[in-house]
Design a binder for this molecule. Structure first.
Ligand SMILES: [Fe+2]
Length: 138
């Protein structure tokens, strides 16, 4: 499987959140690498747990940033985070029961990360940019 790459277009114009997104991508790439190298399930399970815990931390961090900047779509975004964590749990259960492969789990991770970062998180970036642009509407 291909590694997931950070693109500058993912930036939400906050260095801490951008750094967290980059760490997130690194963690997913470690799991991809472990899967590509055929490492054992226990190790992949530990890496998945690390990603899950990091996602929990990162979402709180991102939500606090949204609170700091009075982001108008905070509630909607929080609901998305809750939904993602719920889906994460469901997918982890499939893995533990042997009903899904790590390749499928990784596809789920990359898909939601890309989708969420490109749509929901991008909106935070647009808001930050607009707010700091002296010629903008705010
Ligand atoms: Fe988010």
């Amino acid at each position: 499987m291909e590694f997931f790459e950070w693109l500058d277009s993912y930036s939400i114009h906050n260095p801490n959140i951008d750094a967290e997104h980059q760490i997130f991508i690194k963690l997913i790439n470690r799991l991809i690498s472990a899967n590509n190298d055929g490492l054992d399930d226990y190790y992949k399970e530990r890496l998945s747990l690390e990603i899950q815990k990091y996602a929990e931390f990162h979402f709180v961090s991102e939500e606090n940033f949204m609170i700091d900047i009075d982001y108008p779509l905070l509630e909607e975004h929080q609901q998305q985070h809750t939904l993602i964590l719920e889906k994460f749990n469901v997918e982890m259960n499939y893995i533990e029961l042997g009903q899904k492969s790590y390749a499928e789990f990784i596809t789920f991770l990359v898909d939601w990360l890309t989708e969420h970062t490109l749509t929901q998180d991008k909106k935070i970036g647009d808001f930050v940019k607009e707010s700091s642009d002296p010629n903008g509407s705010r």
